[in-house]
Design a protein around this ligand. Structure first.
Ligand code: ADP
Length: 443
């Protein structure tokens, strides 16, 4: 296995504005309405008769609709502009778990209608008033349920979110998918699968998550390449309290000193001494994934469920050498698959100093991620994007904005017992959706 030489930058990723081999397209960014994270959206109180047709039945009397989504306008291609969003935002609702089902008074408050997601809250003990929060996303997925085949399976999620990232990587663009949501909402299930440490689960059709599916499809596509050679390198690390731990290093990640981030003048940020592994088959890649997952789980046991308090980043670098185009020409892309720390706010009581520090670090990185997205969506010329305010955004810099394809999967519970966290997740996802990049097609 090839380990990176100390101090060697391994992230030879595409520079912004350098769209791989696709040189006919230059992408610029258009201005979208400025929206701030955590700014409450206007609530329009609408008589029942004027509510959206697709809303489900409401109790008599009165209801309020909070339309929470800024819907970005797209121009027609007649304007010689193809406006495309480089950021896809999807929401996945997991089924009620046994704890929620056993909880007296816990009810399902989520309704889905196409790409519209409605959170219905009953006000008053007789339930005769309700508030609907209406959100729009690129995709809304119900979870897999054998009784209802309309629900999305792990394969559906991969086809919708993972496949475009794979296409993007083969075209020489960087790509990033991150799962966002409170602990227990289904981030790891979606990214890795039901049991991320079991080889049977990781290979099963039913439970396998996006990351192993991505890896398998990557090698399927490589095996079908004609006149091209491909090389694949992987690394896997986690960020806990703003410190980086290598999940594929020889000894237990948590016993080693945290790794440092440096900035290469041309290649951007990189992690000093991060182990990088050349893989030649899906089987090899899967073994590294299992090692990393086991290291993550071990560290979690040692440090009290730490896994939900850390961000994990599985990074795949693909280099394609195309014999047909030009001798020696190659395109390089990086795909980052990110399972973010739980987004829930920690209560003030019973918190140890360590928990408070964890909370501060998580808030800082998720807030910075929000600010980065907000700055990208503001699109003012020379707008300052605070990538360096957190380790997470600094390392993801090459994958957020510009020509990179980014997808966000927000995961939520359907139960009213998680209403506040669910609304916070949905608003965060809503804000992310306002990033629109525009591709101008040169004549
Ligand atoms: P998180 O990573 O957000 O903390 P997990 O992915 O560990 O949450 O999910 C918590 C529990 O819910 C796990 O037992 C998982 O198997 C289950 N779960 C999550 N999402 C789904 C889903 N879409 N379908 C079925 N079970 C799910």
């Amino acid at each position: 296995m090839a380990l990176s030489a100390p101090g060697t930058p391994r992230n030879v990723s595409m520079k912004k504005g350098t769209p791989g081999m696709v040189d006919k397209i230059t992408r610029t960014v258009i201005r979208t309405p400025k929206t701030q994270f955590s700014t409450p959206r206007p609530i329009c109180m609408t008589p029942k008769s004027k509510r959206l047709n697709s809303l489900p039945d409401t109790p008599e009397c009165f209801s309020a609709v909070a339309v929470e989504t800024p819907i970005a306008k797209r121009r027609s291609s007649k304007d010689k502009f193809d406006e495309i969003s480089n950021l896809t935002v999807a929401v996945r609702i997991r089924p009620m778990n046994s704890r929620e089902l056993a909880c007296i008074g816990a009810v399902d408050i989520v309704k889905v209608c196409d790409d519209q997601l409605i959170i219905r809250t009953q006000i008053g003990s007789n339930g005769n008033m309700s508030t609907d929060h209406v959100f729009h996303y690129d995709h809304v997925f119900w979870s897999c349920d054998e009784l209802n085949p309309k629900y999305a399976t792990q394969e559906d999620i991969f086809r919708t979110l993972g496949d475009p990232l794979l296409d993007s990587a083969f075209r020489g663009y960087n790509a990033c998918l991150f799962a966002y949501g409170q602990t227990g909402s289904g981030k790891s299930y979606s990214m890795m699968g039901k049991n991320m440490c079991e080889i049977i689960d990781i290979d099963s059709q039913q439970f396998t998550g996006i990351t192993p599916r991505f890896c398998r499809n990557l090698f399927d596509r490589i095996s079908k390449l004609e006149n091209s050679a491909a090389s694949v390198e992987v690394s896997y690390f986690e960020i806990y309290n703003e410190k980086i731990h290598d999940l594929l290093a020889n000894s237990n990640a948590m016993n080693r000193a945290p790794l440092k981030v440096r900035e290469h003048p041309e290649l951007g940020p990189y992690i000093v001494d991060l182990s990088v592994h050349v893989v030649k088959s899906y089987k090899e890649l899967r073994n590294w994934l299992l090692i990393g997952n086991k290291n993550r789980a071990t560290a979690a046991t040692v440090m009290n469920e730490k896994s939900s308090r850390s961000h994990s980043i599985f990074s795949i670098e693909l280099c394609l050498s195309e014999g047909l185009i030009e001798e020696g020409s190659s395109r390089r892309s990086r795909v980052s698959l990110v399972d973010l720390a739980g987004s829930e706010r920690l209560g003030n009581s019973h918190n140890t100093e360590e928990k408070i520090r964890e909370g501060v670090c998580i808030n800082k990185s998720l807030l910075t991620l929000g600010k980065v997205i907000s700055a990208l969506s503001d699109q003012k010329k020379n707008q300052f994007v605070p990538y360096r305010d957190s380790v997470l955004t600094w390392l993801l810099r090459e994958s957020l904005g510009g020509n990179s394809l980014t997808s966000m999967l927000a995961t939520i519970s359907p139960a009213n017992t998680h209403l506040d966290e669910t609304l916070a997740t949905l608003r965060y996802a809503c804000q992310a959706r306002s990033i629109i990049n525009r591709a101008r097609v040169n004549e």
